[in-house]
Design a protein around this ligand. Structure first.
Ligand SMILES: *Cc1c(COP(=O)(O)O)cnc(C)c1O
Length: 353
């Protein structure tokens, strides 16, 4: 069997959820959109079902997959619904929904529903992507009440720069949110992962932790006690030596300066490992630090075994996980851990309880 796999540590997921909830000091929806950031939404939801206050996904199909798998906790749609059919389905399956623009509000007013909704009214406090602004928030809130179809309204907003401790825009967003929602009844939800860790003023009734559940620190540098949930790993399938001056792989990007022992690894960009990383990107070989050399191919990549004489065919290669932080690989690839984790595909997911 091809040795490429993502090992998912569900105990680490639970540890991180508890940490998020404790840091926030109130309820927390575990954000498991995009197949739980590549970790498998149904398995992650089941692993958290006994303790999570609820879950959040992006859209209805993601929620219905969880309902079909027997998940009975609250589920919030962060994008809300796209049409009246979805709205009726969301009500029938008791799925909570974000309401972030006029068309969604009108849909609620005009669609007959089997059960009253729990709406999450989204306030645009400065990210300028979605939500109602200023006095339009109170108007939308009143229209939800007047529709007779809403049993509860939670007030939410989302931060553009919560991962930057110095950015005053987060404090400004909190102020705008508080001003726009003053006097309106309902729970408040502001904090994503970075705000849970860095902005205690944003910790209100409901947190929405995503990336930190998976152990990728949104504010790298602090010791936050998170545990990596996914270990992306494979093994060496062949070894060869190349001479000084010989080039390795596509484009001949890596040229050996000395006799180099090259390990060929069953993992490529079709598995979600980023093609954009440079020579020197860290990997671990049987627990020893080493480096990627040569371009990443679709199905294979190559690592330097020159200083690891004991390593050979069958040696375990960690691409990211406990030992190699996914944040570091993401930085080497010029992206963020979110994108790498979501892009994992084709490899099998093996779960550890
Ligand atoms: C994805 C998402 C989150 C989770 O964000 P993290 O940075 O992963 O914690 C929270 N809220 C909203 C609205 C989102 O879309």
């Amino acid at each position: 069997m091809r040795p490429a796999r993502a090992l998912i540590d569900l105990a680490a997921l639970r540890h991180n959820y508890r940490l998020a909830r404790a840091r926030h000091g109130a309820s927390a929806l575990a954000v498991i959109k995009a197949n739980a950031y590549g970790h498998g939404a149904v398995r992650c939801a089941r692993a958290l079902a006994a303790e999570a206050d609820g879950f959040a996904v992006a859209f209805l199909d993601e929620a219905l997959e969880l309902r079909a798998a027997g998940i009975t906790q609250p589920i919030l749609l962060l994008e809300g619904v796209f049409d009246a059919v979805e709205l009726a389905d969301a009500a029938r399956h008791d799925v909570w929904l974000a309401v972030h623009h006029e068309a969604q509000l009108r849909m609620i007013e005009t669609t007959p529903l089997a059960a009253p909704l729990h709406a999450w009214l989204k306030v645009n406090s400065g990210m300028n992507r979605a939500g109602f602004v200023g006095p339009a928030v109170a108007t939308a809130w009143q229209r939800l009440q007047a529709s007779g179809k809403v049993r509860e309204t939670t007030l939410m907003t989302h931060f553009a720069r919560a991962d930057e401790p110095q950015a005053i825009t987060t404090a400004e967003q909190i102020e705008r949110f508080d001003a726009a929602t003053r006097g309106l009844n309902g729970a408040r939800s502001l904090a994503n992962s970075a705000a849970i860790l860095g902005w205690p003023q944003a910790c209100r009734d409901w947190a929405r932790p995503g990336i930190l559940l998976y152990g990728a620190d949104p504010m790298p540098g602090e010791a936050n006690g998170l545990q990596a949930v996914m270990t992306l790993e494979s093994a060496v399938m062949a070894v060869r030596e190349i001479e000084p001056g010989q080039a390795l792989g596509y484009g001949g990007r890596f040229v050996a300066e000395r006799r180099t022992r090259v390990g060929l690894v069953a993992m490529g960009y079709a598995d979600g490992y980023p093609r954009s990383v440079p020579d020197g990107t860290q990997v671990a070989v049987d627990g020893q630090p080493s480096r990627l050399i040569g371009r990443v191919s679709m199905d294979m990549l190559t690592v330097d075994l020159s200083d690891l004489p004991a390593a050979g065919i069958g040696s375990r290669i960690e691409l990211w996980g406990r030992q190699v932080p996914v944040n570091d690989v993401a930085a080497a690839a010029g992206t963020i851990a979110y994108e790498l984790l979501c892009n994992v595909k084709r490899v099998r997911l093996d779960y550890r309880e």
